[in-house]
Design a binder for this molecule. Structure first.
Ligand code: FE
Length: 162
């Protein structure tokens, strides 16, 4: 019997880990909160699908993918600043890519949509889905690649900032 105890303990620990990772936070209250119908009314169909239903726009189609202007990228849903142009780079993925974001405005979650865990990025003001973060970013800086849907962002050039 004795030798089964560590095995039981291990099983218990693994199951605890699994549970905590799968824990959903339904109905989490965000500072900006709207009904589904309200979001549908103010967002473009694509932005609605991406931000509110975690869709992914087709690669190489987003207008901000190759934007090289100086400015700030805000959430297309609630205008919270999320990314700065100085940290944008061309990853070749076909989606706007940044090696870091404005961390205090980002929320990290885990999704299992394609069968394995990916680190999902959300706007922590409205809960809108932005994209995912991967560990294949520029090695000379952070090593992170924030892979963001163009449709989830709006760009404000520096000279138009208030
Ligand atoms: Fe937002």
């Amino acid at each position: 019997m004795k030798k089964f105890v560590p095995l039981l303990l291990l099983t218990f620990l693994i199951s605890c880990k699994g549970n905590s990772q799968n824990k959903e936070t339904p109905n989490k209250a965000y500072p900006v909160s709207k009904t589904d119908a309200e979001w549908k009314e103010i967002l473009s169909p694509l932005a609605y699908d991406v931000l509110r239903h975690a869709a992914t726009e087709r690669a190489f189609t987003g207008p901000l993918t190759y934007n090289k202007k100086t400015g700030v990228y805000v959430c297309a849903g609630c205008q919270t600043p999320l990314y700065e142009s100085q940290y944008k780079y061309d990853s070749g993925s076909g989606w706007p890519s940044f090696d870091r974001g404005i961390e205090e405005h980002l929320e990290y979650d885990v999704d299992y949509k394609i069968g394995y865990p990916r680190s999902e990025l959300k706007c922590n003001t409205c809960g809108g889905h932005l994209g995912h973060v991967f560990n294949d970013g520029p090695r000379n800086t952070t090593g992170k690649r924030h892979c963001i849907n163009s449709a989830a962002l709006a760009f404000i050039p520096t000279d138009e900032k208030k």
